[in-house]
Design a protein around this ligand. Structure first.
Ligand code: PMP
Length: 285
């Protein structure tokens, strides 16, 4: 199947889809992105993803490239043209094309917009969730505004590669105080021995995940006890369960941290239930 990308107003086969070499996304990582789950051809939590996009852009003083409604049309059209049923749609907005100069380009420079979409292996993901995944820990060496969903992801790239090389699915960043911030592309959670569900409070040190927000809604509705606070690696190792959340992986149980088992070494009940029930709490449009 030939794949199609939306690039600045045009839908093009991937081989012909390209951006200008003076695009500031390419030159400076001067842009932001969103990844939205596609389920049965529908977008999951589009409203919240567009809200977060607006916030990321506003923090970087980049204009919204088009109306929410127009963006919704482009996302859906890209999903449709790529025949995506179960997968993801990726959206990137950069500050635009200009002669290379670190400072902002002239006012009126149009932001660039790229959208791609692809199917994911849903059965493979379910098998991975049934087994649980391993994570490693790495020092959090990122900048202090990772609440902005910037495309500048070098520490995340290196962390994920380190995980792969050690046979793990994800790397958890650990701050200077020894507390877990989040995964290289996911939020991190534990369930304590006394049944409290813990995830780091959303300040500037983590990305405020959309999946995280939906899981919080689900926990509240089910009367489970939630604590938004930092936790250490030792606390995670002593926990009953651990899991990660992201739009592309939903909820994924974590069964090993740095080679040591979490709980009894099998996916936990709460994580598994959250994965099963997640879409009852998410919006699909
Ligand atoms: N943290 C980081 C660093 C991420 O890259 C992601 C995935 N985009 C998340 C958390 C999870 O966010 P979401 O649930 O919105 O996908």
């Amino acid at each position: 199947m030939s794949r199609i990308a939306y690039v600045n107003g045009r839908y093009l086969p991937l081989a012909q889809a390209s951006v200008n070499v003076e695009d500031r996304g390419y030159q400076f990582s001067d842009g932001v992105y969103e990844v939205c789950e596609v389920r049965g051809g529908r977008l999951v939590d589009e409203r919240r993803h567009i809200e977060r996009l607006r916030r990321s852009l506003s923090e970087l003083r980049i204009a919204m490239p088009m109306s929410d409604a127009a963006l919704g049309v482009v996302l859906r059209e890209t999903v449709r043209r790529n025949k995506v049923r179960w997968g993801i749609v990726y959206l990137q907005v950069n500050r635009g094309v200009a002669h290379r100069d670190h400072a902002f380009p002239p006012a009126g420079t149009s932001p660039s917009v790229v959208v791609t979409a692809r199917n994911l292996d849903a059965a493979g993901a379910d098998r991975m969730a049934a087994d649980g995944v391993a994570v490693i820990t790495v020092p959090d060496n990122r900048w202090e505004r990772v609440d902005i969903k910037s495309v500048s992801l070098l520490p995340n790239v290196l962390a994920k590669q380190a995980a792969r090389e050690q046979g793990a699915r994800e790397a958890w960043f650990v701050d200077k105080q020894g507390r877990v911030t989040e995964g290289s592309s996911s939020n991190a959670w534990i369930v304590t021995r006394d049944g409290k569900v813990v995830t780091r409070h959303a300040d500037h040190a983590i990305l405020k995940g959309i999946t995280r927000a939906v899981v919080i809604d689900a926990l509240k509705e089910q009367g489970l006890e939630l604590e938004e606070r930092a936790f250490t690696v030792d606390e995670a190792l002593a926990a009953r369960e651990a899991f990660i959340t992201s739009a592309s992986q939903v909820v994924l149980p974590v069964v090993r941290i740095d080679g040591k088992p979490v709980g009894n070494g099998a996916p936990g009940l709460i994580a598994s239930a959250l994965r099963r029930d997640f879409h009852r709490f998410a919006e699909a449009t």
